[in-house]
Design a binder for this molecule. Structure first.
Ligand code: SAJ
Length: 434
């Protein structure tokens, strides 16, 4: 341990990051920028090739920095896990999706653990970053990587440190976002903290890996439940004939005891809709029902259907049935100014519209193509021509690149599931808000 700690502090270690996605690539870059020789491992040969060519494929990571670090020999990538035989510290940043049954899928964690087990050696630090249910690190990951002759806390060191990446956030990035770390033992935490101090400005040590796993789940459950609450307020305000956006904006003037969340077409991304379900799934094993999580998940999951109801009502005011009407969806990504469509409510809205034999098209400045099991769409090539030609324009994601005044002027009917148009247009009867 003393030797590893000394080598970490003097940067005389080889670091690896497994999983070069929106979490792993920024982390690998920060380790390399700190002067640590860092190798990224990913099963996607295309990502590996791009990184070794000095290119970034993650919008939040500047290609210029990747090029410099690769050129300086501080950063490289490979698909070959054998490199772990010469690696001292490895961070695991692989996806943790849900299965179709809504159960956790930790298969990526397990396959990374198997590769680490195969290459495990003395004085190795392993940090799991992937969001997962409480107990994974100590009950699943640790036994999977352990070997009989290497004792955790003495010969090998294991910790959990949740990723806190907010894609597209230009203020809070990997280096300046406080990093929570919980070790399987105190010495594990000490080793992980020594490593991460090179990459992040603030370390927050907690007493165990399970506490660290729970910290992340509280963070994301907090968001899911509050988004579910404000979406339910939207349903309530709709029945009262009150503008929910006006209510939210006015409530947000309270300088204490309130945090603003905004209603929307549903809950997208590969984190917020998913991570809390890891917790509710685990609690079922312990005969406990996490009711807030299940209720919020249900409300958020039903928002696309509510939006389709609004589209139906709007077309009805123009004497048009949903069937056969032309509807243009603006913004397919799951949130503003990103190119990611995972769990995007836009896909659910399109699926529902397609089921009603509506003629659906879409535009998104960041997304050229979208598909699901039953349909596949290319982005319309001429946005304003499409806006003029359709029966209804539906705003799902209000990307900052759109010319909202121009769209409002030329659209015959608009359903706004975000507040972009609401903040611009005053033309009653043409715009249906959430
Ligand atoms: N959304 C609303 N209303 C809101 C806020 C968000 O409808 O008031 C929707 C968004 O449109 C999006 C979804 O919820 O579809 C998720 O939004 P998000 O802002 O949480 O976006 P993510 O999932 O990219 O990023 C989050 C991080 N976001 C913030 O902290 C602001 C954070 O929760 C996690 O660090 C990250 O996921 C993660 O990786 O867990």
């Amino acid at each position: 341990m003393a030797d590893l700690l000394k080598r970490i502090e003097s940067k005389d270690v080889q670091v690896a990051v497994v999983g070069l996605g929106y979490v792993g690539l920024p982390l690998a870059v920060e380790f390399a920028r700190a002067g640590l020789r860092t190798v990224g491992i990913d099963t996607n040969a295309d990502k590996v090739q791009k990184l070794n060519a000095g290119k970034s494929y993650i919008p939040d990571v500047a290609g210029k920095i990747v090029k410099e670090l690769v050129g300086d020999g501080l950063l490289s990538a490979t698909t070959d896990y054998d490199v772990l035989e010469d690696v001292d510290c490895v961070s695991v940043c692989v996806p943790t999706p849900l299965r179709k049954t809504k159960d956790p899928d930790i298969s990526y964690i397990l396959s990374a653990a198997d590769e680490i087990a195969r290459t495990l050696h003395e004085d190795m630090l392993i940090v799991l970053e992937s969001t997962t249910y409480p107990g994974t690190t100590e009950e699943v990951f640790l036994p999977r990587i352990s070997s009989n002759n290497l004792k955790v806390g003495e010969d090998v060191f294991v910790a959990f440190s949740p990723e806190r990446v907010d894609p597209g956030n230009e203020t809070w990035q990997t280096r300046n976002t406080p990093k929570v770390i919980g070790g399987v033992t105190a010495r594990c935490a000490e080793a992980a903290a020594a490593l991460y101090r090179h990459a992040v400005e603030e370390i927050v040590l907690v007493s165990s890996a399970t506490v660290a796993e729970m910290v992340k789940l509280l963070e994301n459950t907090f968001r899911m439940v509050n988004i579910g609450l404000v979406n339910e307020m939207a349903l309530i305000c709709d029945r009262l004939g009150v503008n929910v956006w006006e209510v939210v904006e006015a409530a947000a003037t309270k300088p204490f005891g309130f945090m603003k969340f905004t209603p929307g077409p549903g809950l997208g991304g590969h984190c917020i809709p998913i991570d809390p379900l890891y917790l509710s799934w685990k609690m079922k094993e312990l005969q406990y029902t996490a009711r807030f999580i299940e209720l919020a998940s249900e409300i958020n999951a039903n928002m696309p259907r509510y939006i389709v109801g609004k589209i139906t009502d709007a077309l009805n005011t123009h004497g048009k049935p949903l069937k056969g009407s032309k509807v243009l969806i603006l913004g397919a990504a799951y949130k503003r100014d990103v190119d990611d469509v995972r769990e995007s409510p836009a896909l659910d809205i399109i699926t529902l519209l397609e089921a009603s034999e509506c003629d659906v098209s879409f535009h998104d400045p960041h997304v050229p193509h979208i598909s699901s099991e039953s349909w596949s769409l290319e982005r319309v090539p001429d946005l304003m021509a499409a806006v003029r030609s359709v029966d209804c324009v539906v705003i799902v994601t209000d990307h900052s690149g759109y010319d909202w005044p121009g769209i409002v002027e030329h659209a015959s009917l608009i359903v706004d599931s975000r507040n972009a148009v609401g903040s611009i247009a005053s033309d009653e009867g043409k715009i249906f808000g959430l």
